[in-house]
Design a protein around this ligand. Sequence first.
Ligand code: SF4
Length: 415
Amino acid sequence: MNSYDAEVYRNFLLASGWLETDQINDALLVMVNTCAVRQKSVDKAKNFILRLQHLKKERSFYVGLTGCASSLDDFEKLIKKGSVDFYHGPLNAMEVPESFKEFTGNLYSCSNKITATYQKKSSISAYLPIIHGCNSFCSYCIVPLVRGREISIPFDILHKTIRQGVSEGIKEWLLLGQNVNHYGMDFKQKITFSSLMNKIASIDGVLRLDFITSHPKEFEEDLLKVMQDHPTIYRHFHLPLQSGDDEILLRMKRGYTVARYESVIEKIRHYFPNASLTTDIIVGFPGETAKSFDNTMQFIEKIKFDTVYAAVYSHRPGTLSSTFPDILNPEYSKKQLQELLDMQKNIARIQLKRFLNSTNEVFILSSKGAHTYEGKTLEEKSIIVSSTHELKAGDLAKVSIESIKKGVLHGSVLV
Ligand code: SF4
């Protein structure tokens, strides 16, 4: 979502006649896109603005502040001080805010309108939000406070946008939402996420389809049935676990138990035995004990994820967990985090071997030199492919997977 917001601003400015530069000294406007999920990223943005404030003493330019953290108290002082000339929260309205258009219009009079709601990741791939905001209120999470309540985008708008993207060469779509499984719950006539996936996967020209993020409490078997009917949907599931301990999950207000999570994984593997599974883990949540951490470690070892994105608990003001008294020593949590990452590294290495000596339909992303290409398997694994005939980005190729080098699959195109 954060990358999507940055692209919306970027494309708006480019469409309005602005030129992009990576040299701050050349810039008339510097946009700072923030993330509120961890304090570390908020601090990074604050330090960056302080640096800009210093540069502003030497020459005149404008600073725009946007993203989830821009409405936090952390930035109030900087805004009051005039270090920031424009600020706006995340783009829940799917569009560049009118106030920003006015602001940039005054700096450079152009008024082109954004017409597309998707943002290109590359010439063949695009992000497309299907639902904004979140209604879940996990006890540690600041997202519902900064992005607001859920708003799903009606299918007819999504359909029109995808058709437009397809005509411009987009073949791979990444559907975004804080919780995609809540898609359509805010409509008068409810529609489920799985029926949306069925409709989108049926659009001509959609060669690959991905979605993030699923919530284990709402994950339904219907989606797996739809995926079975559409081999264009990646067999990749990002299901944030957060903790492998029921007591901690309850304190996190995640709405599921470890047993429920495991039953979801069993269903996924029943339909797609080779599916790739990724997850998020928070280490050092208030009240976590050696025993609860050990339960998480054991569960990770049992499930055998392809990738685990783990981070030490970050205290976010305004969230329920920020009122919990039993905060852990971050140094202790950092050691536990390392222990977890070391274990996962080994699991990932072993897990990758399941693809050896199999064939896969690979989506080609780019050329890597003579007869060599980079692509993605149906399980969204990176793969280096050699081919005797020429391929281009967006092609699909039947590939025999032969080896693993430095943690990446390698294979050859079958002719
Ligand atoms: S589901 Fe929970 S963790 Fe995810 S965005 Fe919503 S509140 Fe945050």
